[in-house]
Design a protein around this ligand. Structure first.
Ligand SMILES: Nc1ncnc2c1ncn2[C@@H]1O[C@H](COP(=O)(O)OP(=O)(O)O)[C@@H](O)[C@H]1O
Ligand SMILES: [Mg+2]
Length: 308
């Protein structure tokens, strides 16, 4: 749990799972009307696997400093979208711009080095390794690793870089409150802590934008509450823009500035959480998906403002 100093300046609301989510009282979320510069711009992205069109003409912007969430029923194309933005999948058409630069054809490691980091829907950590070693892997996108660099880059400059990296890792460990498990093997940790370690590794890449694929899936109430606050603090304290995919509707509506809804690979709605939540098209999409009981439960819980 976080210390009282952090909670003093926070005000709260509830997610559908009943988790208390907090938001800095002195640092309100940017509103839809405030025009922030666009950090990431997706335009008409189409991605197909054989006959399956996972994404059809997907376009939206992510404002710098925002928390932008992508929601949609299972199979809507959310993970495919993440894989396309991070460079694991190459779209058949469309473009991706990051800080105004076209990165559509850039390989994944180059995108990571520019400041795009991500976590995975199914945790992708080295389970036999310790927490600290997993976090250290995140730094590699910034370290000079080829033979030429290694030859010309040694001595004091290198030692300074290593020291700086270690300092950043300590800051991350402190921020995510995982000091007590730094030497524990990842396999021995609870699911919630593993998700946090994955976030730590992504942060070690010093990203400008952090992409989280279902950061609270499978988490209990307390873990969800902690993760939601970490995401808000990330933006407030580190200035990191967040793009996330998440099923926990209450959490999404509580902490997002902007919500994009995908259905069958297309954007069917986008806007402020309140507008999207009441969009008939969005409700229809969930009704048709078989997720209806789940959605009803969440909407009822969100409306009553308490735990479900
Ligand atoms: N690697 C892949 N190969 C073939 N089809 C895929 C692959 N990844 C995703 N798909 C298909 O693309 C569609 C969208 O999937 P996905 O992006 O995983 O959706 P979501 O994350 O919203 O549940 C689904 O029909 C899925 O079967
Ligand atoms: Mg997915």
């Amino acid at each position: 749990m976080r210390g009282p100093a952090a909670s003093d300046r926070l005000c709260g609301s509830f997610t559908d799972s009943g988790a208390r989510v907090t938001r800095p009282a002195d640092n309100p979320l940017p509103t839809e009307t405030r025009r922030e510069p666009r950090l990431l711009e997706l335009d008409a992205i189409t991605l197909a696997f054989g006959g399956v069109r996972a994404l059809s003409g997907v376009g939206f912007d992510v404002a710098a400093g925002s928390i932008t969430s992508v929601i949609g029923p299972n199979g809507a194309g959310k993970t495919s979208l993440f894989n396309t933005v991070s460079g694991f999948y190459r779209p058949q058409s469309g473009s991706i711009r990051f800080e105004g630069r076209d990165i559509t054809r850039l390989p994944a490691p180059r995108r990571a080095a520019l400041g795009l980091a991500r976590s995975f829907q199914n945790i992708a950590l080295f389970r036999g390794m310790t927490v600290l070693d997993n976090i250290k892997l995140g730094r590699h996108c910034h370290m000079r690793t080829n033979v030429f660099d290694a030859l010309v880059y040694f001595g004091r400059a290198r030692r300074e870089e290593v020291a700086l990296r270690a300092e950043i890792e300590e800051r991350i460990i402190d921020f995510l409150e995982i000091d007590h498990i730094r030497h524990a093997p990842v396999a021995a940790l609870s699911y919630g802590l593993q998700k946090r370690v994955e976030m730590a590794r992504a942060l070690a890449m010093q990203p400008k934008i952090l992409m989280l694929d279902e950061p609270v899936a499978g988490m209990n109430r307390e873990e969800t509450e902690d993760m939601a606050r970490f995401i808000l603090d990330l933006r407030a304290e580190w200035g990191i823009t967040v793009l996330m995919v998440e099923h926990d509707m209450g959490m999404v509506m509580d902490i997002s500035d902007h919500v994009v809804v995908l259905n069958f690979g297309q954007v069917i709605a986008a806007g402020a959480p309140a507008a999207v939540q009441n969009d008939p098209e969005v409700i229809r999409a969930y009704l048709g998906s078989g997720d209806v009981a789940e959605l009803r439960r969440k909407l009822v819980a969100a409306a009553s403002g308490g735990p479900s």
